[in-house]
Design a protein around this ligand. Structure first.
Ligand SMILES: Nc1nc2c(ncn2[C@@H]2O[C@H](COP(=O)(O)OP(=O)(O)OP(=O)(O)O)[C@@H](O)[C@H]2O)c(=O)[nH]1
Ligand SMILES: [Mg+2]
Length: 216
């Protein structure tokens, strides 16, 4: 005898997954592929045969939140066309320079400014100085890095991808945490804009503004 079908309960547990599109940017040789591979496999691989652009999908849990991370390891010259594509794909941008290479720092500045101009506040920027193990070849000071991060409204850290497994891993988690926090803030901002309370607040602001202008 066939069993009667059970009605689906409306309280079926749904897993909430957030999609994150991360883009790793920077001049040739700063460690974009090394960082991406570290994120994905926890290993450091010294050399990569080709300078190919690759996007990987990785599932990860951050503070109990499921995240489907698409991470784009960019390669080649940072042309206007490529930058446009990256800017529209990503919502989390990890911009690398090598602390041993002043030129790569200037490129990081150009890339960061471009992303901020195109995406304004819709995204999170993370500025990363790599190769801190090469202390004696340092050409970019930590203060320069901090100042640039401030200018492009990003967070900042310096790491060695080759030696610092823990710090590289922490960078990934902290970047995702920051992204989730930013997303929540933006959503709350949107909600507040639409809520009756915020409309009331707008009303009050209008009254105060008018009063102020009257008293002038
Ligand atoms: N000492 C040291 N070497 C590193 C570090 N990160 C990457 N490298 C080396 O730097 C070189 C370039 O690293 P990649 O990861 O290929 O750099 P990339 O930015 O992907 O370069 P392109 O794909 O050519 O744009 C490789 O020889 C890496 O082994 C680091 O933290 N310390
Ligand atoms: Mg590469």
């Amino acid at each position: 005898m066939m069993r009667p079908r059970r009605k689906r309960s409306s309280s079926v547990h749904q897993i909430n997954i957030i999609n994150v599109h991360a883009v790793v940017l920077g001049l040739d040789g700063v460690g974009k592929s090394a960082l991406t591979v570290r994120f994905l496999t926890r290993r450091f691989i010294g050399e990569y045969d080709e300078s190919l652009e690759m996007t990987y999908r990785h599932h990860i849990t951050v503070d109990g939140q499921y995240v489907a991370l698409d991470i784009m390891d960019t390669a080649g010259e940072n042309t206007e066309e490529k930058m446009e594509k990256c800017a529209s794909f990503g919502n989390l941008f990890i911009i690398l320079y090598s602390i041993t290479d002043r030129f790569s720092f200037m490129e990081a500045k150009r890339l960061g400014k471009y992303i901020r101009r195109v995406r304004n506040n819709e995204c999170v920027l993370v500025l990363v100085g790599t190769k801190t193990d090469l202390k004696h070849q340092r050409r970019v000071s930590r203060n320069d890095g901090l100042a640039l991060a401030k200018e492009m409204r990003s967070v900042f850290c310096e790491i060695s991808i080759s030696e610092g497994f823990v710090e590289t891993n922490a960078l990934l988690y902290d970047s995702l945490r920051l992204h989730l926090h930013h997303k929540r803030e933006q959503e709350n901002g949107e909600k507040e804009k639409l809520s009756p309370l915020s409309r009331m607040k707008e009303g009050f602001r209008g009254i105060y503004a008018r009063r102020k202008s009257c008293s002038l």
